[in-house]
Design a protein around this ligand. Sequence first.
Ligand SMILES: Nc1nc2c(c(=O)[nH]1)N[C@H]1C(S)=C(S)[C@@H](COP(=O)(O)O)O[C@H]1N2
Ligand SMILES: [Mo]
Length: 162
Amino acid sequence: MLTIAGEIAQPSMLTFADLAAIDGAYQVADVSRLAPGRKGDAVRLAGILKLVRPRERAKYLGLHSSTDNFHASIPLAAVADRALVIYRLDGQPLPEKAGGPVRFFIPDFAACHTEEIDECANVKFVDRIEFTAEKGFDNRPHDGTAHEALHAKEVDRARGQG
Ligand SMILES: Nc1nc2c(c(=O)[nH]1)N[C@H]1C(S)=C(S)[C@@H](COP(=O)(O)O)O[C@H]1N2
Ligand SMILES: [Mo]
């Protein structure tokens, strides 16, 4: 279940079926066409924006994962037309090892910790998206050391899943 909240006209809780039911014009079958090397099917963020209708004052998009307490808050205008929400693999909900149930993905991200829209903002295990007027909570790594530590933790986690 994906909770969408904040500065929007239509707060929502979207299930796998709800995401799959979004207008076909916003569906991207096989994201590898837009993001080489990536797997699965997505819906464009634009399709979700059309459903929830952000208010004029919504300037930031908060991507929150309670699974591993990872959070990013990025300027909405910069990603509104290009970001993807990957939610399906082989007809099934995206598995956790692929970042599921929902993974945010910006096809043409900048290198890690260089800009607000960087690779680190491709948040996995997203369970909540919150629109805010000001920049919200963001605990992406700020430097190389913090980044290395985070990736080491991710590898441990993946091993734990066997
Ligand atoms: N939930 C969650 N999402 C996350 C991370 C994380 O630790 N937890 N790491 C981020 C970072 S720092 C990077 S660089 C990318 C790496 O994505 P990849 O493993 O698919 O290459 O995921 C991002 N999304
Ligand atoms: Mo990163």
